[in-house]
Design a protein around this ligand. Sequence first.
Ligand code: NAD
Length: 723
Amino acid sequence: MDALNIDRVEYRGKFLSVVRLDGGVAEIRLDRQGDALNKLDGAVLAELDPVLERLEADSTLRGVLLGSAKEAFLAGADIQALQDLLGKTPAERSAFCRDMDTVLTRMEDLPVPVVCAINGYALGGGLETALCADYRVMAANAQVGFPEVGLGILPAAGGTVRTPRLAGSTVALEWLSGGRSYKADAALAVGIVDAVAAPAELREAALAWLHRAVAGELDWRARRAQRRGPFALDAAAVAAVRQRAQPLAHDRPAALTITELLERCAPLSRDDAFALEAEVFSVLSGTPAARALVGIFLSSQLLKKKSREQATGARRIARAGVVGAGIMGGGVAYTTAVRGTPVLMKDIAQDALDLGMNEARKLLDKQVGSGRLARDKADAMLASIVPTLDEQAFDSVDIIVEAVVENLKVKQQVFAALEARVRPGTVLASNTSSLAICDIAAPLQRPQDVVGMHFFNPVHMMPLVEIVRSERSSPEAVATTVAYALGMGKIPLVVKDCPGFLVNRILGAYFTAFLQLVRDGVDFVQIDRVMETWGWPMGPAYLIDVAGIDTLEKAMAILGKAYPSVMATDFTTAFQRLAGEKRYGQKTGAGFYRYETDAKGKPRRSSDPKTYELLAEVQPNGPQQLGDEAILDRMMLAMLLEAGRCLDEQVAEGAMEVDAGMRLATGFPAHHGGPLWYADTLGLDQVLRRSASCRHLGGLYEPGEGFRARAAQGQRIFEPTTN
Ligand code: NAD
């Protein structure tokens, strides 16, 4: 927006100013002082209310233009303030909504037309504020949407009331329960905005709409009348949204509640609908899921900030290298190239290089096919991956990711050859999943250049990368690797060099609990059902089949040796029995389940009597019945106690990092926050009590020092001041 004409400023406060324009028009400019963003909170509304009151009483006023003096119109609620609100009583939460309604309705009911200019973005409360205007003009590069459902709540500043009355129930259901952001053309197509303008012409375009309304060319009064009454509900759209929302109900519990709310508020007047919205908000915002999801949002922001700090002092990466063009190496090369860094990819086998390049080509073609990438850009990306059989050119790279076979001797040889070839300071990063980084670096001249960079499969999809800092890794090598991961669009998590690092170590405890349950005769299908009902996208047996029983058997052997009191198994495990029959899971067509390919080419699981025969051989006491709750306890306690031990040993920097790692790499259900958040939800004294009843099962259920000490002092893990 253009510079303020000081002579015409009628009001200037902490959050907004009012400027008088010609023709009886007042312009409200949102402009939070001392902040780059306009946010919606109680303080803004407290300032807006008397401003509106004055405008209401002004008989010379003909129209109001609502806009922003910042780069974006209005980001949603201040999430920190939202977190505080979640801790209040239901009555206080409901009153908060009613207070917002009072102020925003005052704007909606001004005796003159109101036009809103949306620049940058208007999300959540930002869009709800914009919806109070009679007309909205949106900058062509702006975005709007309701992200609240992702936080386990609903748009509580009139979003569920105004959206269906403005754009119809089908659009409202999709927008409110889907949580997506929309571009200007999409918002225009469904009537959420009335016009789109070039960013530089936004204010003038919005003013032109206002002048037309003031001149009576637009029937703004009829529009208002429509927004005050009931709306027609499209039953088919309700059913469709329910069907879509049901399978996601664990992580997005609010989607179904929003759908139900729209059904209930359809026959109501606007003002009755506000009351209902506030009531439902106060219930939703009191759920553990909302607390967990809001906590996750805040911790992701903190994590991003920390990662940027951890990248301080990084060396520039103009070119990267990958050694080993298999599943992982190919994925790393592709993801590097897509993000604009040229990459050299080496293997010892031409076939492997061809396979790696073909995979990259397929992924790029898919993006071109779906219209997300232009053909010439895709070709340039592919051309920036240079396959090679020799390491000559590695003297020109700044970082190398090694992804050859999981064998210490082979990796040491590869690293020695690379060290002799590269410039000092080039980071040598291993993608090992089970070897110690210090062992790989031990024979080298420059162990300070060696770090771990543990990606998850498939590399281009999985957001997390563990950056493993060995005792000898230099701060520059760690910082450079963090920067490289950020440049690939990944979320880096710096972890200690210990067996399994963070994620696989905690998963190791979870799988140990599973193996014990199967040994004790519990049906793996029941275990999967219990864990999937709790919110995991896949139960443990299914997850194990997908990951590969052969790979996991080896990994568990390493973890058992590294953490004997917790993860060693002194019995023949289900993994050993199934692997002995070459039933490795999905890749061999059978593991715990049997797999057949469906019409779309996707593997479908079904139960297999043969599995029960094989498992009977490793169940000394035969099949046993165990209640769902006991199964859930044994699985989840094992996981959260191991997470607690990792916290004690500072495998990751803090509780927030431990939980983020598990969510991002394993599909840990977001609405439970993470293993440590879940421990807090149960209460640490409860965790100790329940684990005491599993103590006969071994060290897996032995709480670490940190849990005991906190429980003794009545503390939580996520104290507001600790993370
Ligand atoms: P893979 O078998 O698919 O690929 C290994 C590649 O390395 C092959 O193409 C092979 O030809 C090549 N290779 C072997 N020796 C080489 C050498 N001396 N120089 C250059 N290339 C050589 O294996 P993968 O699944 O991609 O695993 C690679 C590494 O990543 C392993 O350390 C593994 O533990 C780790 N990892 C794997 C996964 C996974 O899910 N597959 C996940 C995380 C980490």
